[in-house]
Design a binder for this molecule. Structure first.
Ligand code: MRU
Length: 372
């Protein structure tokens, strides 16, 4: 049962024509409950509230949410006899609102714009046909993400093995931050896809940064790795630097929410500190992300919008759960920039499904984006 897999038992999305169900990640690891999203607004709310999260997954969820929305509007319009232009305008404004549900992960916008292109290209076609086209596009988008994760896993595992050298079957200790796993994608994950690919060939032990305040590492990364039988130990975020300094970490592998054209990487807040500690102690720092996370329209990390969430989430012991227990004295505020930017110079490799970029990343990423 505990055999390492180059696959996963974890699947956070269950979508098919006319149906979108999302695993409510706020409830993990306590319980596995699902949310039925019957509209774009319900999907946007699931994204805003972090019921569904992780850059690639929110793009896929949004794509399905817009297919479901087209079916909903078609049903409502058919009953009221609304004109096609009215339906088009309603769908377009749902798409705009969905794209704005969260600002940093560019995959969300990518998913929405891909659906918009199909919607516009099918203008004038019978409504049922347009709904079917949108459903087909959401299927393909989801399948492409699943495939990208598997390919990224292979590329990342090969790059790490050759970077570290030595016995390719020797045990490895991988540090990761946040959750860039199956729970953040439609497949085996980005960073954790690389971990799963590595663990198919050698013993791998993972240090999962707990990732305050939403605990994506302690709740989600630990849950999904344990479910797949991969060795995982939770590390307080504040211990990452000293554990890296102690020589206990072979490589750090993280995901990304947006990567600028120059290779600067926006990821969950705390990632920058991990990268600094890795560079200071000669530990390779690897980012794994599909090409839907690359944003050539952002020249550098300064251009990436960083989401600031409510400081109240920092003050609660468990902002994802029912407990309203605060860790701070009443009236003292907190700041919560949810992401930070790691400069390209600290990133040893950016692994995508099209291959691996090494410094200088501006050229490396341009080359990967130009590939078919
Ligand atoms: O706020 P979240 O949980 O949606 O944050 C996104 C992430 O999970 C990470 O930053 C991750 O590394 C990128 S998504 C694979």
């Amino acid at each position: 049962v505990n055999e390492p897999l180059f696959g996963t038992r974890v699947k956070p999305i269950d979508a098919a024509p006319g149906r979108l169900r999302l695993l409510d990640q706020r409830r993990l690891p306590r319980e596995e409950t699902w949310i039925d999203c019957d509209s774009a607004e319900a999907t946007a709310e699931a994204i805003r509230s972090l019921a569904v999260r992780g850059a690639p997954l929110i793009g896929v969820a949004a794509a399905w949410g817009l297919a479901v929305e087209a079916g909903r509007l078609a049903g409502a319009g058919g009953r009221s006899g609304a004109a096609a232009e009215t339906l088009d305008a309603a769908w377009e404004s749902s798409a705009d609102r969905l794209a704005e549900a969260r600002p940093t992960a560019v995959n969300l916008r990518f998913g929405v714009e891909r659906m918009r292109a199909v919607f516009r290209a099918s203008a004038g076609a019978p409504t049922a046909e347009r709904v079917a086209l949108l459903e087909a596009e959401a299927w393909s988008f989801e399948a492409e993400d699943r495939e990208a994760c598997a390919t990224m896993g292979r590329h990342g595992a090969a790059w790490i093995a050759s970077c570290l050298g030595g016995d390719p079957t020797a045990p490895l200790r991988v540090l990761t931050h946040c959750n860039a796993g199956a729970l953040a994608t439609a497949g085996i994950g980005t960073a954790l896809g690389v971990v799963r690919a590595l663990s198919a060939g050698r013993p791998v032990a993972v240090f999962a940064d707990e990732t305050r305040p939403f605990w994506q590492g302690a709740r989600l990364t630990a849950w999904e790795l344990a479910k797949d039988g991969i060795d995982v130990t939770i590390l307080p975020d504040v211990a990452a630097a000293s554990v890296i300094a102690s020589g206990r970490v072979s490589v750090a592998v993280v995901g990304a929410d947006r990567i600028a054209a120059n290779g600067d990487v926006a990821n969950k807040v705390g990632t920058y500190g991990v990268a600094l500690a890795c560079r200071a102690h000669g530990v390779p720092f690897v980012v794994a992300a599909p090409r839907t996370t690359l944003d050539p329209a952002c020249p550098s990390g300064r251009d990436i919008p960083i989401e600031w969430r409510d400081g109240a989430e920092v003050l609660l012991l468990d902002p994802s759960g029912d407990s309203r227990l605060s860790v701070a004295p009443p009236g003292v505020p907190a700041l919560y920039p949810a992401f930070d930017v790691t400069p390209a110079a600290l990133v040893d490799a950016i692994v995508t499904e099209a291959g691996v970029s090494t410094a200088p990343h501006a050229e490396g990423l341009a080359r990967l984006l130009a590939l078919p």
